[in-house]
Design a protein around this ligand. Sequence first.
Ligand code: CU
Length: 206
Amino acid sequence: MSGIRENMRWGAMAFAAAILLFVYGGCAPETDETGPPVPVDAEAEDEEVDDEENVENDEPARPGNGEEEERLETVFEIRGDDNMRFDLTTFEVEAGVEVTVILENVGEMPKEAMGHNFVLFDLGTDVNAFAADAVQYPDNAYIPPDREEEVLAATGILGPGETEELTFTAPETPGDYDYACTFPGHTAAGMVGTMTVREPEEDDGS
Ligand SMILES: [Cu+2]
């Protein structure tokens, strides 16, 4: 009997070994299959790192763009709101270049109560005195006709939601040029700004 049991034991061991082989041989490939995702993830992380490296690589390229930024902007968006404020109160341009100011009234109040304009003054203009005079000239977009020589550029009076694009040539003389909204009360309320004109960049032959 023990011989038969011995055989059964061996048989059982062989069976167990077969199962082990099967499990090992069958599942191992699965383990390999689940294995690859790990390297894939690792690759994905590598790609992310690569992306970051690319971003970093892009950044060194930006100083090149920065050199181009030596040339000043020429287009400026300025918004006027119901609080009698310009959202841009300083900007800088190069002497003699063509400049575009896009004025937008982003308020909601009626034009008669809260209209806005953009008036750029020559150097030496008493802006507050100008605005005080301007009150009398609603039909001339709040610009006194006898003081128009003090105005370098001006939009009309804009109502809510209105936009006007104004293009003019920046003065040749460097300096700080005031601008203001001459709608009654707005200059005094602080709806003013300064356009700085700077010497043109010398071409270094680059
Ligand atoms: Cu205004």
